[in-house]
Ligand binder design. Structure first.
Ligand code: F6R
Length: 616
């Protein structure tokens, strides 16, 4: 969701800004723009609806000479995705330019006031008010001090923002600030940089500083960064974090798309996650800030997440309840936030699952849980993300950067990370001996090879694509922990192929969705060799009896399923039922990708979606 970038230094700003915007494309956007301060002290920019490639074409024929500038990819919230609503936005005199990520909640009131005092607006966005507020502050007591002008303007804002600001009358100075929306800065020999996340910075440095809410940072061409906190006090030694992703991790490296690359990277991601986790006393999970006694007293786990991460939470529920015997509730963050009567007690532990660590709904939920006195444990993929900084403990899943908007490797890594937590809890609560925990851990260690085996069978998914041709809808079914697999498979299909997919626990089908089934209707059934196998086979029969085209996801050697279904996506036998979702979902990821490509869609950048949903 909206990407903010900025640079001041010795190189041509537009070159890095355009590259950086391209790197941020994965966040999801519908328009883009850049603005630079020219050597003669004027602002020059280009902006347009559509892709960064289009912006690049426009930039190549514009005069963007200058070593200080800002850039933006916009995901429309207020105002249509048009050229005029694209950022940067300027003040009335065209001397101040801003880019903004977030939502200015009181913009209507501010806009009215500004218009009454003579300001003219050029867009329908909420963001533009910020340029005019800075214009007023610059003309008043903050004249000559861009950081103060930005701070004064922000004092009038309600909502969330990550802002980067340049002013033609303060050439070389770049001021940035945030409240609720992420922003990282980096100082290098050739200047100072800012971006919404670390991805575009990986090509210039490995050390970045995450700004705190209401920090205001002034970036100068010599690379220095002066930060003052919400009270205006100088931040002497801001904590820098080291990015452990090399820049090449975010390149295609020979793959046709990032989704293909990220699906293939899953075995290595799980190996990284599990490495060093087995210790003398069982599972090493120092990230948990609860003592063994506190863990032993946990009586209720509340998992909060959105989308794909919510599905990882459903699998986590099965593992925690089965292994640690603790009841688990899995909540959609957006629902939880408005459930005023939610009940927690001293023995409730909260787990948030968020690959980006920046999902606004999940962060709000975590803050609310903390406010209710719960210990909040985050499972995330992004180092130094807001979720990580604000939680009591954080487990990084180390899946590496996920560029495709549809999550794949972060999903399975989050699931396996939650299994580690389940084993740790099981040991602390005395539900398992160390030997049992070790055995389960060794089962987890088999996941990478099982995944590799599924990846070799991608031809099966390619073959199953024909079932979806000329169809408008489909059904995904699974039971128990594999209802999560069905939900995730259906979500992947919807996201990237724009084909409707309904997911249901298989036994629920007869209570409604069965009415959808007619001759040739595609039904994907996850039917591994587990304790509900017979029941799920019966559901397959119910579908076939109504003429459905069933695609089964089944365990190698399952003769019954082989006889019933003409199309089977085979999964190698897994050592434990709870392992199946982490392995079988690879087929459904690949199936969704093949269907989307068959329909001619860009699998990495699905329409309307943002990678990091930073607004409520
Ligand atoms: C789907 C997908 C989304 C995210 C959801 C939460 O492929 O990626 O459903 O899972 O927006 O995002 P995070 O995990 O960053 O909180």
């Amino acid at each position: 969701m909206c990407g903010v970038v900025g640079y001041t230094g010795t190189r041509q700003a537009s070159e890095w800004l355009l590259d950086a915007l391209q790197t941020l494309e994965y966040r999801g956007y519908d328009s883009a723009g850049v603005q630079v301060v020219s050597p003669s002290g004027n602002l020059h920019g280009v902006k347009c609806a559509g892709r960064v490639a289009h912006l690049r074409e426009r930039a190549s024929v514009a005069n963007l000479n200058g070593t200080c500038g800002i850039g933006h990819t916009r995901w429309a919230t207020h105002g249509a995705p048009t050229d005029r609503n694209a950022h940067p936005h300027l003040d009335c005199r065209g001397r101040i330019a801003i880019v903004h990520n977030g939502i200015i909640e009181n913009y209507q009131q501010l806009k009215r006031q500004l218009m009454m005092s003579g300001h003219t607006f050029s867009s329908d966005t909420d963001s533009e008010v910020v340029a005019h507020l800075i214009e007023d502050a610059w003309a008043g007591p903050a004249s000559g001090n861009l950081a103060l002008a930005v701070r004064n303007a922000c004092d009038r804002l309600e909502g969330s923002w990550a802002l980067a600001v340049v002013c033609a009358d303060a050439p070389g100075t770049l001021v940035v600030t945030r409240n609720g929306s992420p922003l990282v800065v980096a100082s290098t020999e050739d200047g100072a940089y800012v971006a919404s996340d670390v991805m575009p910075l990986a090509s210039v440095t490995s050390r970045v500083v995450q700004l705190q809410d209401r920090d205001v940072a002034t970036l100068s061409p010599d690379g220095s960064i002066a930060i003052s906190d919400r009270d205006g006090r100088v931040v002497e030694h801001p904590t820098a974090i080291t990015i452990d992703w090399d820049a090449s991790a975010a390149t295609l490296g020979g793959y046709s798309d990032f989704m293909a690359k990220e699906i293939t990277e899953q075995p290595e991601a799980i190996e990284r996650l599990l490495s060093g986790r087995l210790g003398e006393h069982g599972i090493e999970l120092d990230e948990l800030t609860l003592t063994k006694a506190e863990l032993a007293s946990v009586r209720h786990v509340v998992i909060i997440a959105c989308g794909t991460s919510y599905h990882a939470g459903l699998a986590a529920k099965s593992a925690i309840e089965r292994w640690a015997r603790v009841p688990v509730s899995v909540e959609y963050a957006s629902e939880f936030n408005y459930d005023e009567e939610y009940i927690v007690d001293d023995n409730t532990m909260c787990v948030i699952i968020t690959q980006s660590g920046e999902t606004a709904d999940t962060l709000t939920a975590a803050r609310r849980m903390k406010g209710m006195g719960c210990n909040v444990f985050a499972i995330t993929n992004v180092l130094g993300s807001t979720a990580a900084r604000e939680s009591d403990g954080t487990l990084y899943v180390q899946a590496g950067p996920e560029v495709a908007v549809a999550s794949t490797k972060a999903y399975t890594a989050q699931m396996v990370a939650s299994y580690l937590l389940a084993l740790r809890l099981a040991l602390a609560k005395g539900c398992m001996t160390r030997e049992e925990v070790v055995k389960h851990f060794h089962d987890l260690e088999r996941i990478p090879d099982l995944m590799r085996e599924v990846l070799k069978r991608r031809w099966q998914d390619k073959q199953a694509v024909r079932f979806f041709r000329n169809k408008t809808s489909s059904l995904y079914l699974g039971r128990n922990v594999n209802s999560a697999t069905a939900f995730e498979g259906a979500l992947k299909l919807k996201e990237i192929s724009y084909l409707h997919a309904e997911a249901y626990p298989a036994g629920e089908m007869k209570h409604g969705p069965i009415a959808l089934i007619e001759g040739g209707f595609p039904v994907v059934v996850v039917v591994p060799a587990d304790h509900v196998h017979d029941k799920t086979v019966s559901n397959i029969q119910e579908c076939l009896a109504r003429g459905a085209a069933v695609i089964a996801v089944a365990t190698d050697g399952d003769e019954r399923v082989a006889k019933l279904c003409s199309e089977v996506l085979w999964v190698p036998r897994c050592p434990n039922e709870l392992i199946v979702p982490a392995v079988s979902v690879l087929h459904l990821q690949m199936l969704a990708r093949y269907v989307a490509r068959d329909r001619g869609y860009d699998v990495d950048k699905p329409r309307n979606l943002a990678k990091s949903v930073t607004v409520e």
